[in-house]
Ligand binder design. Structure first.
Ligand code: 3PG
Length: 401
């Protein structure tokens, strides 16, 4: 266990790590779920008269999602209905001046922490505590609040460094997500448990199948992960227009694991029987596995597969969604994911939607969050927590006792 924001005295100067890392297209943030959740923590902190400086990241150096947090401040202010000042600096003179000016009831967002040298790479907490970032900012505050559950699997300075040298507490998002996901692991269900397992990473899916084998009775595979398993099953899928493979690297790395898992868990693994790609007119085209043509990359599971997965979900005591079945951001290829998520929303079962950007489907296609037991805003952290791996950002908060 860890201490929470309930344990902080009023009117303190707080450094709060949130995770508003979002999908970004053409430089613009596309998704606001994480903002809405963190706004709840910040509201509570404001009610206790704290002065708040927020630390967060967006993207990674080298990617086009690696942008300034200026627009994040505005989005957050909208959710808070409270001014959020932004300073385009994290631990330099401008940041220190803005922190110095902070008064009770103020909210300041510092610049993308991954623009600072010491934030990445992943190193142990003591090494991270020695970074300039931590040494510069820590003395400016009375306490640290870790609220970035969805980044808690990263041993980065802003996640594990500060709690080594400061009084540290878990924020509400951290507390709630942690409690919900821990409860899932310990829960017993009276009936079949289904996992919709899609997305793009074999790396995530292999340990999930192996470690959740006791909990989950059937895995409905889709997305790139589904295609990788189809290939392991001898089907000629996974090619792009030029006929070259788009997941050769994953295939080479994980082929043995995929084949081994397919053989070991065959009865629990459900593979797509049809897939959808884009025809020459840019329309959705469905193909059954038998008559498959290596034309365009597949972007969704077909309707027969989606209906079969939806029926399995409807007949479950619990359903977990990790990763989407297709490129749901594009309406033409959202059918598979939306059909299955609709069945889950209507079903009378325990349900968790999370993993990568998957929970975004809830917002994008107008589902009511109330129709699910939990919509997790975490991606990698959700997966790790589900499979029982420790999260560095939680361990370091627990170490405070
Ligand atoms: C996430 O969005 O899952 C977290 O913010 C972690 O981001 P990362 O995968 O770039 O470390």
């Amino acid at each position: 266990t860890f201490r929470t924001i309930d344990d902080i005295e009023r009117d303190r100067r707080l450094l709060v790590r949130i995770d508003v890392n979002a999908a970004v297209e053409d430089g613009t943030v596309q998704d606001s779920r994480r903002f809405a959740r963190h706004a709840e923590t910040i509201q509570e902190l404001l009610a206790d008269d704290h002065a708040i400086a927020l630390l967060a990241h967006q993207g990674r150096p080298g990617r086009d999602t690696f942008v300034s947090l200026e627009q994040h401040a505005e989005i957050l202010a909208g959710h808070l209905d409270h001014r959020v000042e932004f300073v385009p600096d994290t631990d330099g003179d401008d940041a220190l001046a803005a922190i110095d000016d902070l008064e009770s009831g103020d909210v300041l967002l510092l610049e993308n922490v991954r623009m600072c040298d010491g934030e990445l790479p992943e190193e142990d907490p003591d090494t991270k505590a020695e970074t300039d970032l931590v040494r510069t900012l820590a003395p400016e505050f009375d306490a640290y609040v870790g609220d970035a559950y969805s980044a808690a699997h990263r041993s980065h300075a802003s996640i594990v460094g500060f709690p080594r040298v400061m009084d540290a507490y878990a924020g509400r998002v951290m507390e709630q997500e942690y409690t919900a996901i821990t409860a899932i692991r310990e829960r017993e269900f009276d009936g079949p448990v289904t996992m919709v397992l899609g997305g793009t990473k074999a790396e995530d899916s292999i340990p999930i199948i192996e470690r959740l084998d006791d909990t989950v009775d059937r895995f409905c595979l889709g997305g790139v992960v589904g295609e990788l398993f189809l290939r392991a099953d001898g089907h000629d899928v996974g090619y792009d227009v030029a006929g070259t493979s788009r997941f050769d690297h994953q295939w080479e790395t994980y082929r043995d694991d995929l084949e081994r898992i397919l053989a070991a868990y065959r009865d629990e693994l459900f593979l797509p029987t049809d897939l959808a790609d884009e025809d020459d007119d840019g329309k959705r085209r469905e193909q059954t596995l038998d008559g498959i043509r290596k034309t365009h990359p597949f972007l969704d599971v077909g309707s027969e597969t989606a209906d079969r997965y939806a029926a399995l979900a409807s007949d479950s005591a619990a359903v977990f969604v990790k990763g989407s079945l297709g490129v749901f951001e594009d309406e033409r290829f959202a059918d598979g994911t939306v059909t299955v998520v609709s069945a889950i929303a209507e079903a009378d079962c325990f349900s968790v939607v999370g993993g990568g950007d998957t929970a975004r489907v809830v917002e994008l296609y107008g589902f009511d969050e109330e129709d699910f037991s939990r919509v997790s805003i975490a991606g990698g952290a959700y997966v790790r927590a589900l499979t029982g791996e420790p999260l560095a950002g939680i361990d370091v908060l627990e170490g405070q006792h």
